[in-house]
Design a protein around this ligand. Structure first.
Ligand code: IPM
Ligand code: MG
Length: 356
């Protein structure tokens, strides 16, 4: 039986990095005798340009009928610089998250031995840092209504809304992941100011007794932002609401030395989506210079999380580690040494897997 993979390259560097992840998936499926059937679809600015909708119905249909979605990136500067644009690429991503029910975004933060010197933080602080940020993805201020402008245009408002049910499902997931790791859960909120955060904390306290072997702590988001860079090793699993998770994971991505290294998995009700945490990096689009590793590692998460294929995921991780070790890296981490192109890195990884 062939696994159905929806491929959504999106904007900017999306198509280039997704092409490398596909190469790697092909090498893996060949080696392990699996069968993948890929179908591409439009998303983001590219979809707006071609069909006027950043998440067209055809794309949604395809995702709903796929075992997993491999996603590149979305976003284009022509929309960023036009606050009055009626349709925006990001709306496509949000609609996809909401309609596919992707409520949990797993963003692992770790270091790579041969990249540690690239981290803006001191080696002794980051060496061995390894935590999982679980970001709630379909609620909070990203989706709360009302949102908009007053009639005279002089006031704007967003609403942060969470139901107890939404909070409980993600907090329980946090406890479960902590159970599979070092058994420590940090629930990040702003309960000293926000009503939604107080509900998060209340629910955390309600469900904690169900997980007696997990050590749980509650931390304000401003403190968490500070601790991520001053003492990242203190964290094991962190669970937080949508916007806090967006911000904290960009911050945490610098720990590894490059944002181009961090993958993510969005899991949910209908299917799961695997995508790098970085954006569409429009300045690099079409230049064959972007780091494909975050997308390749997202594919590793796809094997592990969507298909339970742990050996396959591990081999992809090993290939990425070895490419770093061998200095087969793109310019963001080349450090003045030879920089390889996006496709050269992809070829090297695929070849490593074939020979392994
Ligand atoms: C992310 C991105 C998105 C978000 C944008 C592109 C809407 O920053 O996935 O972290 O804010 O969720
Ligand atoms: Mg973000």
């Amino acid at each position: 039986m062939a696994y159905k993979i929806a491929v959504l390259p999106g904007d900017g560097i999306g198509p280039e990095i997704v092409a490398q992840a596909k190469k790697v998936c092909d090498a893996i499926t060949k080696k392990f005798g699996h069968e993948f059937e890929y179908t591409e679809a439009l998303v983001g600015a590219t979809a707006i340009d071609q069909v006027g909708d950043p998440y067209p119905a055809d794309t949604h249909e395809l995702c709903m009928n796929s075992d997993a979605v491999l996603f590149g990136a979305i976003g284009h500067p022509k929309f960023d610089n036009d606050p009055s644009a009626k349709v925006r690429p990001e709306q496509g991503l949000l609609k996809m998250r909401k309609t596919l029910g992707l409520y949990a975004n797993l963003r692992p933060v770790n270091t790579f031995k041969s990249l540690i010197h690239k981290s803006p933080l001191k080696t002794e602080l980051v060496d061995g840092a390894d935590f999982m940020c679980i970001r709630e993805l379909t609620g909070g201020i990203y989706f709360g209504r009302p949102q908009g402008r007053s009639e005279d245009g002089q006031t704007a408002y967003d609403s942060c809304v969470y139901t107890a049910e939404e909070i409980e499902r993600i907090i329980r997931l946090g406890f479960e992941y902590a159970g599979k790791r070092r058994k420590k859960l940090t629930i990040v909120d702003k309960a000293n100011v926000l009503a939604t955060s107080r509900l998060w904390r209340e629910i955390g306290q309600k469900v904690a007794p169900d997980y007696p072997d997990i050590e749980v702590e509650y931390m304000f988001v401003d403190n968490a932002a500070m601790q991520i860079i001053t003492w990242p090793k203190r964290f094991d699993v962190m669970v937080t609401e949508n916007m806090f998770g967006d911000i904290l994971t960009d911050e945490a991505s610098v720990i590894s030395g490059s944002m181009g290294m961090l993958p993510s998995a969005s899991i949910g009700v209908h299917t799961s989506v695997f995508e790098p945490i970085h954006g569409s990096y429009p300045q690099a689009a079409g230049k064959n210079i972007a780091n494909p590793c975050a997308t390749v590692l997202s594919a590793a998460m796809m094997f592990e999380y969507a298909f339970g294929m742990m050996k396959e995921g591990a081999l992809i991780r090993e290939a990425v580690d070895q490419s770093l070790e061998a200095g087969v890296v793109t310019e963001d981490i080349a450090d003045g040494k030879k920089a390889y192109s996006t496709s050269e890195v992809g070829d090297w990884l695929a070849e490593y897997i074939e020979k392994a």
